[in-house]
Write a new protein. Structure first.
Length: 78
């Protein structure tokens, strides 16, 4: 079971990147976080089937989450 405080930190950090995604017609949804800090997110809208979605996930969302929430070890899409 994940820590609610950690969930809250992750959700707050995702709010920082959400406007950029929404500007391109997409969005991101927090799904879960594991005990080892792996965060699962779902890219939706235009981001859900964009050919650069993996790049957005790793170079955008993951980098930002790791910087803002040190407990995050990785971000994966579901």
């Amino acid at each position: 079971m994940s820590d609610l405080t950690l969930d809250s930190k992750i959700i707050a950090a995702l709010e920082d990147v959400r406007p950029s995604l929404q500007a391109d017609g997409g969005d991101v949804e927090f799904v879960s976080v594991t005990e080892d800090g792996t965060v699962a997110v779902k890219l939706t809208g235009a981001c859900g089937n964009c050919p650069r979605a993996h790049m957005t996930l790793k170079m955008g969302i993951e980098v930002h989450l790791k910087r803002e929430v040190p407990e995050v070890s990785a971000v994966v899409g579901v």
